[in-house]
Write a protein that binds this ligand. Sequence first.
Ligand code: FMN
Length: 404
Amino acid sequence: MSSEQVGPLAGREVLLVVGGGIAAYKSVTLAREILRAGAKVETVLTAAAQRFVTGVSFAGVTGRPARIDLWDASYPGELHIELTRKADAVIVAPATADLLARMAHGLADDLATTCLVAAKGPVLVAPAMHPRMWEHPATQANVALLRARGVTVIGPVVGPLASGETGIGRMTEPEAIARAVVAALTPRRDLEGLRVLISAGPTHEAIDPVRFVGNRSSGRMGFAIAEGARDRGAAVTLVAGPVALADPAGVAVVRVRSAVEMRDAVTAVASGFDVVIMAAAVADYRPAEVAPAKIKKSHAELTLRLVKNPDILAELGAARGDARSPILVGFAVETGDLVAHAREKLARKGCDLVVANLAEHGFEGADNVVTLVSAARAEALERMDKREVAERILDTVREIRASR
Ligand SMILES: Cc1cc2nc3c(=O)[nH]c(=O)nc-3n(C[C@H](O)[C@H](O)[C@H](O)COP(=O)(O)O)c2cc1C
């Protein structure tokens, strides 16, 4: 290991907390990736983590002993205070269901959790667990609480699991986690001065006072773009359909339900923006009539007549005409022929970039597989965390602006 640090994290210190999951072995690679980015790394292993990996592997990679004991007699002071005093960021990988719960409740009963309560800089977690553990309401509530406190949650992603099954719960790959650590410690302000409008989530088209036609969009993609643009210095307005996500801090949020409400909200604010990113999964159709009272199940059959909703993206494209601003970004969910459909949408709706993905990816998970289609090129990205997809979309928006 070179003592000369180069890379985006040169001179920085990162504390890596390793939890007790199968993915713990990948955290040795993560430590190496963070070192390659130029930082120095201290490692703390939970007692359970040591069942999966030993501190020797981390010591070998980082050049520093892995810490395992809050009561370490060889250290004269408070080890948790010293480790977190010098740490510019803390990354928990793998973050077990147990660690997430202990973090959410501020427990401090071992070296790992005591460090997490004492941490002062950005804290990132990369959860890894079986899908049933990830989807458990307690885990989801803990993650929501941590997010609301500003913790960056990376993944988990869908993929093959240790159990032999495939599902959500696999830890994000170490290279991508390391990139997130770099991003957290080297915030770019390259969208400073830009006004960005984003739509997110599904729309709900009322059938009667209690029922609606909707879709499975979670809103995570649009929220990730809003957070990414905010962190890069943009002034962000987010028009969100009905989603279970909390308002991101520092973003102006307008909540709507239906496509018509979304169109009205977007057109009410759309002028004056430099970039408009329509990530919402807007329903193409809505019931022609909304029953004023709950429809009773007395009919053997019920026919819903649907009428077309406004096409918000096409309206914005048409309103822009030949003007070069705002930059207009649309999303396309397809079941095949991704690039051809995206190119067609690019032309038909008059936008500058179409983010295309297959319906089987992207709707509810924390990650997505997209192709970025502009007039100049089609760039197929690998599967990645939605926040990382967001950064790539914003990078492309910057390129398009610069090319004008
Ligand atoms: C073989 C095995 C694999 C496990 N894998 C995981 C895992 O991937 N994610 C998880 O949250 N817990 C997993 N657990 C359970 C944790 O190890 C257990 O909850 C432990 O208390 C976590 O401690 P820690 O959070 O202090 O590291 C696993 C347990 C065993 C025995």
